[in-house]
Design a protein around this ligand. Structure first.
Ligand code: GLU
Length: 560
């Protein structure tokens, strides 16, 4: 083929491959080429052969390289592709390369779940774009809601998600900082110690009225705060309140609690050393300031908090970060609640935080969902402020783009039935590990009489009824006297309507695939090499699964 023809084809082959998960369709490529160069129509045969060849070459390239090569020819080629994902998020106002500081601030109540992945990834995307700094801030100022293991599980989950954390801050290391801010607010006359019972205080706020402590002089407030710190009050007897505007149209914004007493539960890290705990608005505003946050991206559920935190920033003359609040995400069909999961684990209902029935990040990893797919999903959803429902199917589509080009193919026969094959002494099957990548080699099976294979029970029923079947890559059979009689190995029978079925060799391995609902599909599979451990494979006609172990029997988790 001429260099010129190759070039014309390569452009569209790269584009097509970038659009379809790394694999270009030669027919589609040819269509594009002929549309652009009608003079080539008379050479259609030659173009078709060339398209086949170029598409094969492109398929052997890494996905990222495909995207890069397409982009270098013409950035517009990727307009509709997912490789464009790195550029679809809008620029952040005021972002200066090297100066951006962003964060993820989870409460360590358990590992991360799918709901946390949006905030984790969006912030990470921007930090990477602007070569900034990513802070992981453990917001552990509610001792009631802490799982000590979460301090290590959260960083593990972030690492798996590909989030690059530059600094980790734990709020329970910073009590003195919060107390200091409380003192400053008191001194400015912007905070008071309230000993009203909670309900009447809330009621007064709703009516826009000040409680009897609202007018406290700073000296008195400081004294009362000292008393709080020296345990003169116990839980719920006193709180430090930050003043806002009692006439604020939104009652939720009127005076809010900045610090409270918790002396009924020790803190897993600090024990009973500190019993005055900041509430999140005080600790978040304080830390966002002192840690130098430039941009904060978080969910719309924090809108009121932003308004409350603004008061603290203004009182203390701090510069606020730039905020963006994305829409709420409803995640259907997922078990996410930490307390439910923890109880379930304790009671033996779930095998652990990575039980595949759960919506945790570690469960997704175990199932073979690629971190890159989760990232692509959220970048694609973007920053919009409309509420959305998490679309598992879209995530699976992104995941397929990643796993399909790399997953090796194998046969797994669920609900297996043994079938004897007669009329032949020896059969050989050479099945490609990947149909689009012959260069990766084959799985070879040499069967000798007496030949026995496994078929899925339904496939076997169909075979008996129709009287014929083709076992993929092996041979054609006719049903006779309770056996499969060899009738050759000609693919053309498929054109005559003979159905194709998959099979497993008699020397295969017992296999179990755990489904996302916890059900276990039992059967027989080909023997997988140990190199497949931990990888996602495709069990033909069944689906993708992540291999947990290949011996002594096969265990895998269904992906999609
Ligand atoms: N720890 C809180 C949360 O996880 C605060 C996060 C924030 O202020 O963005 O929702």
């Amino acid at each position: 083929m001429s260099a010129e023809l190759r070039e014309a084809i390569r452009k569209y082959a790269l584009q097509n491959a970038a659009l379809f998960g790394g694999k270009a369709n030669p027919k589609a490529v040819m269509g594009k080429v002929l549309a652009e160069r009608p003079e080539l129509r008379s050479r259609a045969k030659e173009v078709a052969a060339a398209a086949e060849e170029v598409c094969r070459e492109v398929a052997a390239m890494r996905f990222e390289d495909i995207c890069g090569a397409a982009e270098s020819i013409d950035p517009d080629l990727l307009k509709r592709t997912k490789c464009e994902r790195k550029h679809v998020l809008p620029e952040l106002p005021g972002a200066v390369e090297g100066k951006v500081v962003m964060r993820m601030a989870p409460g360590p109540s358990g590992p991360l779940h799918v709901g946390h992945t949006r905030v984790s990834i969006l912030n990470d995307e921007y930090v990477k774009r602007y070569k900034g700094r990513y802070i992981l801030r453990m917001e552990d100022t509610n001792p009631d809601k802490i799982d000590p293991e979460a301090y290590s599980m959260i960083p593990e989950d972030l690492a798996w998600l590909g989030v690059e954390v530059h600094e980790t801050v734990i709020q329970s290391d910073r009590f003195e900082v919060y107390y200091d801010v409380a003192r400053q607010l008191i001194d400015l006359g912007k905070a008071y110690v309230c000993t009203c019972p909670a309900e009447p205080w809330r009621h007064m706020k709703e009516e826009g009225r000040a409680c009897p402590h609202h007018g406290q002089a700073p000296e008195e407030a400081n004294e009362l705060f000292d008393k709080m710190l020296s345990h003169a009050f116990s839980e719920e007897e006193a709180v430090l309140v930050v003043k806002t505007d009692l006439k604020h149209p939104n009652p939720a914004i009127r005076d809010f609690v900045g610090l409270r007493i918790v002396d009924s539960v020790p803190h897993p890290r600090t024990g009973t050393r500190y019993t005055i705990y900041p509430m999140m608005n005080l600790s978040v505003a304080t830390d966002d300031h002192f840690l130098g946050l430039t941009h904060v991206i978080r969910g719309k559920d924090h809108l009121n908090n932003t308004l409350r935190q603004e008061y603290i920033f203004n009182y203390l003359g701090w510069k606020q970060p730039w905020y963006h609040h994305y829409g709420l995400v409803h995640i259907p069909d997922s078990i996410l609640k930490t307390s439910t999961i923890r109880n379930g684990i304790r009671e033996g209902e779930y095998s652990g935080w990575d039980d595949v029935r759960l919506g945790t990040v570690r469960a997704m990893a175990k199932r073979g969902i690629a971190a890159e797919a989760i990232r692509n999903y959220w970048v694609d959803v973007g920053m919009k402020d409309v509420d959305i429902e998490f679309a598992w199917d879209n995530l699976y589509a992104f995941n397929k783009q990643i796993i399909d080009p790399v997953a090796d193919r194998y046969f797994f026969v669920w609900d297996p039935r043994a079938v004897e094959i007669t009329g032949v002494d020896a059969l050989t099957a050479r099945s490609p590990l990947h149909p689009d990548h012959p260069e990766r080699g084959t799985r070879d099976h040499d069967l000798r009489a007496p030949i026995m294979v496994y078929m899925n029970s339904e496939d076997l029923e169909g075979f008996k009824q129709r009287g014929t079947v083709r076992l993929k890559d092996l041979c054609n059979l006719r049903w006779e006297n309770g056996k499969g009689v060899y009738t050759g190995n000609d693919h053309s029978v498929l054109r005559e309507g003979v159905k194709i079925a998959h099979w497993a060799p008699a020397d295969g391995t017992e296999a179990e695939v755990v489904m996302p609902d916890g059900m276990v599909r039992k059967g027989v599979s080909e023997r997988l090499p140990p190199a497949e451990n931990g990888k996602v494979v495709q069990f033909e006609r069944f689906g993708f699964a992540r291999v947990e172990r290949t011996s002594p029997n096969l265990l895998a988790y269904f992906t999609q």
